[in-house]
Design a protein around this ligand. Structure first.
Ligand code: GDP
Length: 460
């Protein structure tokens, strides 16, 4: 079946210098020819492949001018989708690009679905599924570290490792076939030992990849950090101090200012997702209560709790409630306002929470902030992530499939240990091979593909 020609706006919506409409498919050049009049008067078809041409976008029915634009066509297969691709660079903003897109649709293109350009690139063999997913991660990367990781995945690091493991499993499957076809006992004993070796090394590789998944999650989502403390200890000042130098992006402020706020901060490459809460306190105020409930809710889901105390005031009931929340959690205690008269000493705090990490800070003088930032880095990345050499699993789908692979290999190894005949564990090895194939997209159903690409944005 002939694939439809698709079109979409490829740039983000909003006021901008340029907006790009992208078309992909066999009809691309025809559509461009209908709606675009090159300034030089030559037909666009007679221009060179990949040459940028200046001209006017016009409505083919009324010949009404829609915008001035640059257009380029790229002939398959050296294009993003491996199909003929056209890109029209018109003025940005919300109106011009939409009008140009509308003309493309009017001339026969279909509106592209989410991720459809990238899906076609995958289906046409430009890259494997994990690389297609890396495109999405690259676009949504919030820090240099996650950007670097997705770039590595895009260039095929994960694909290479996955196919290496798959080769090992294929070797095992070939051995199983031989053992079934030629069931002489002696030969089988040797073969089973070989298979065990292949399976063990495959499992080691899978486990090694899995061990990076926590780092990957943090790279992707950020360290969910909740700042706790009674009113006036300096939580907002801390948040501002962190944001002043490291603000990455600001998310919408939901509800009121007393609700939880969320901001991304980039701490030497470690993304922190800072959640500023209304503080832990009981209140009759309904709005405030929402904030407090959120705070408690967030504490449960946080990766890191930062508890702030005022060093110049006695510990109160509310401080003890905060301390109680810290038990068994990754947390850092800040003894703030260290520039003022000391009432709570470090030693007193150690008595309260013997194993806690305690840092004295002053938001007034910025004292202790660097120590605090380094402490977070150590806590989560043990000083740093070696993204140069390590492939980090940052995609939940990949993590789940690797877990399935590991479990299937485990089953096969158990069967070997139990001295079961080879045909008993053939299915487990096939399952493992299959699960890995879902990462690369070699063995993947249409449903999974739809699911993966539905998370993309339109125009990508
Ligand atoms: P929050 O209610 O916990 O968010 O506390 P704020 O950050 O709003 O701080 C409350 C007050 O304490 C403000 O007037 C701050 O300027 C002040 N403050 C915060 N941190 C320090 C500090 O380290 N030293 C001094 N002297 N004042 C501070």
């Amino acid at each position: 079946m002939k694939e439809a020609t698709i079109a979409a706006i490829a740039t983000a919506p909003g006021e901008a210098g340029v907006g790009i409409v992208r078309i992909s498919g066999e009809e691309s050049l025809r559509i461009l020819g209908e709606i675009f009049l090159p300034q030089r008067g030559r037909k666009i078809e007679s221009e060179d492949n990949r040459r940028m041409v200046f001209g006017r976008v016009v409505d083919p029915n009324s010949l009404e001018l829609v915008d001035e634009a640059l257009a380029v066509y790229m002939v398959a297969p050296q294009t993003y989708t491996r199909e003929d691709v056209v890109e029209i660079q018109c003025h940005g903003g919300v109106v011009a690009v939409k009008k140009v897109l509308h003309l493309c649709l009017q001339s026969g293109a279909e509106l592209a679905g989410p991720g459809e350009f990238t899906k076609r690139a995958f289906l046409n063999g430009r890259f494997d599924l994990s690389q297609a997913e890396a495109v999405m991660e690259l676009i949504s990367a919030k820090t240099n570290a996650s950007y670097q990781n997705s770039l590595k995945q895009l260039s095929g690091h994960l694909s290479a490792q996955v196919s290496g493991i798959r080769r090992n499993l294929l070797e095992v499957l070939a051995n199983i076939t031989v053992a079934i076809d030629f069931p002489e006992n002696e030969a089988e004993a040797i073969t089973v030992q070989r298979m065990k070796g292949f399976l063990e090394s495959a499992r080691t590789e899978v486990e090694r990849l899995l061990s990076t998944a926590e780092t990957g999650r943090i790279l992707r989502d950020g360290v969910k950090t909740v700042i706790l403390g009674k009113p006036n200890v300096g939580k907002s000042s801390l948040m501002n101090a962190l944001l002043r130098e490291n603000r990455a992006i600001v998310t919408e402020v939901p509800g009121t200012t007393r609700d939880t706020l969320e901001e991304y901060v980039n701490l030497h490459g470690v993304p922190l997702r800072l959640i500023d809460t209304a503080g832990i306190r009981e209140t009759e105020d309904r709005i405030e209560k929402i904030g407090v409930e959120r705070a408690v809710d967030w504490v449960e889901r946080a990766d890191l709790l930062v508890a702030v105390f005022d060093k110049s005031r006695q510990l109160e009931e509310e401080d003890h409630r905060v301390l109680a929340l810290l038990s068994e959690r990754k947390s850092i205690i800040l003894l703030n306002k260290s520039d003022l008269k000391e009432i709570i000493s470090r030693e007193m705090m150690v008595k309260e929470v013997p194993n806690a990490m305690i840092i004295e800070t002053s938001m007034a003088t910025q004292q202790g902030l660097e120590t605090f930032e380094n402490a977070i880095k150590d806590l989560f990345f043990h000083g740093g992530v070696d993204l140069q050499h390590e492939t980090v699993i940052s995609n939940v789908r990949h993590k789940n499939l690797l877990q399935k692979t590991s479990a299937s290999i485990g089953e096969a190894l158990q069967a070997i240990e139990a001295g079961m005949p080879v045909d008993c564990f053939e299915v487990d090895v096939k399952d493992a091979w299959q699960s890995l194939g879902e990462i690369s997209g070699d063995s993947v159903t249409e449903d999974v593909l739809d699911q993966v690409f539905s998370e993309f944005c339109i125009g990508k």
